[in-house]
Design a protein around this ligand. Structure first.
Ligand code: HSE
Length: 437
């Protein structure tokens, strides 16, 4: 019996696209033997035919006409790696509606147009795979949808932005400044084309939102999600963290209270106890802990960004897609139906989100200042745990760093608002969360 041929189209030849091309070329005959098919790379759609790229591919495979490539009747599987949400949305929907299987690593697309895309995927028989959208090479989506599917998760916490983790590691362990560390991350191909997506927390929010949806069936609205990046982190924060047994990490935190019926989603820099497994996830690595009612805590860690890691996830999806096409299965269970499961869930309000906090502020260094500061905390029922002050007598200022006992987001927001108005506080205070399980 002759082997079936699977036609593949690649949209986009950036860092991840080049990784996919390279590793698919290397592994092609292994994959063909393992899957019992012949792989036919029909073409690669790019914006610029002349751009120099690190992978070599025959000129006739390149095209600027993505639509014609998708419409090619011999294309069965479309791998979307162009990023962005406008053109990518149209192309993904077109491919799904034509009955092709779509593989994407586009977290922004899923996050901004999730319901529409999942509905189209459902109508196409579930032909949508997106392992590369979260966690780089870590099979986190497969774990949630398959291996750990028997669980209800009250906590998902992880380091999901490789660029931020790389920057914080280089600042904390090697004393680099923020800009130099970011430049390095770009050189390694970790950062998004617009690096503010990384350092301002948007990329992590996209990923947290996908994880929250897969676990709980609800897309967290941006307005009800705390989204903070690492741009304002200073070495004083990293020092304080270290002094008191913490490591500063950028976290994505999804909590669910099954009794009260709420979910909370936040991404922010946080002080993580140094003995927590996530504190040891350094450099470009991502690490995600899932706490399930059946399995307990499970942590997955590995390279979270870069062409090779994400290509590994995309090729994993490709194998699943081919198996589903050739063995008559659907690619996945009905994801759209998850949305119904999340209908009764609400987002937590500010009284329900509680944690210890860390604050750094620059103060006018004169008598009575601290008494005034402490009064503000007391008024809003926030209890101070530890205090470290750095004096700068030549400037007449001091840097006050402190941690609190657990307090609600509402109460700490009142404290920060009042501190910001105080004449003795010279700059906007820096507020960080302290992660507690
Ligand atoms: N810019 C992303 C990161 C790439 O740094 O994690 C993977 O999504």
């Amino acid at each position: 019996m002759s082997k079936p041929t699977i036609g593949i189209a690649l949209l986009g030849l950036g860092t991840v696209g080049q990784g996919v091309w390279k590793h698919l070329a290397d592994k092609r005959s292994d994959l063909e033997t393992r899957l019992g098919v012949r792989l036919d790379m029909r073409g690669v759609a790019v914006r610029n035919l002349r751009r120099t790229r690190s992978v070599r591919l025959p000129k006739q495979k390149l095209t600027t006409d993505s639509v014609a490539l998708i419409d090619d009747p011999k294309v069965d599987i479309v791998i979307e790696l162009i990023g962005g949400t406008t053109v990518a949305r149209k192309l993904v929907l077109r491919a799904l509606r034509a009955g092709k299987t779509v593989i994407t690593a586009n977290k922004a697309l899923l996050c901004d147009h999730g319901p529409e895309i999942l509905a189209a995927a459902q109508a196409s028989g579930g032909k949508l795979l997106f392992e590369g959208s979260v966690g780089g090479g870590i099979p986190i989506i497969k774990s949630l949808r398959e291996g750990l599917v028997a669980n209800r998760f009250d906590l998902i916490v992880g380091i999901v932005n490789g660029t931020s983790n790389y920057i914080l590691t280089r600042m904390g362990e090697d004393g680099l400044d923020f800009e130099t560390a970011l430049k390095e991350a770009r050189t390694h191909g970790y950062a998004e084309a617009d690096a503010s997506l990384d350092v301002d927390g948007i990329d992590a929010w996209h990923k947290a939102s996908i994880l929250a949806f897969l676990a709980h069936g609800k897309w967290a609205p941006r307005a009800r999600t705390l989204v903070e990046g690492i741009r304002n982190v200073r070495s004083a924060d990293i020092d304080f963290a270290r002094k008191f047994g913490y490591t500063l990490k950028h976290l994505a935190v999804v909590r669910r209270d099954f009794k009260a019926g709420w979910m909370s989603v936040g991404v922010y820099p946080a002080l993580v106890p140094s003995d927590n497994i996530l504190a040891k996830v350094s450099g470009v690595n991502n690490g995600i802990t899932l706490r399930g009612d059946v399995v307990g805590s499970t942590t997955l860690a590995g390279r979270g960004a870069g062409g090779d890691a994400t290509a590994s996830a995309v090729l994993g999806d490709l194998v699943d897609a081919i198996l589903a096409r050739t063995r008559g299965g659907i690619v996945d269970a009905d994801l759209h139906a998850l949305t119904r499961a999340g209908k009764s869930l609400r987002m937590a309000d500010e009284d329900e989100i509680v944690s210890p906090f860390y604050l750094r502020m620059t103060l006018r260094d004169t008598h009575g200042v601290l008494a005034g500061i402490y009064r503000i905390f007391a008024q809003h029922k926030v209890s101070i745990a530890r205090v470290v002050q750095y004096e700068h007598p030549d400037k007449g200022t001091g840097t006050l760093t402190l941690s609190t006992y657990p307090a609600s987001e509402r109460n700490i927001a009142k404290v920060v608002a009042e501190l910001s108005r105080a004449k003795t506080v010279l700059e906007e205070p820096m507020l960080l969360r302290i992660f507690a399980t």
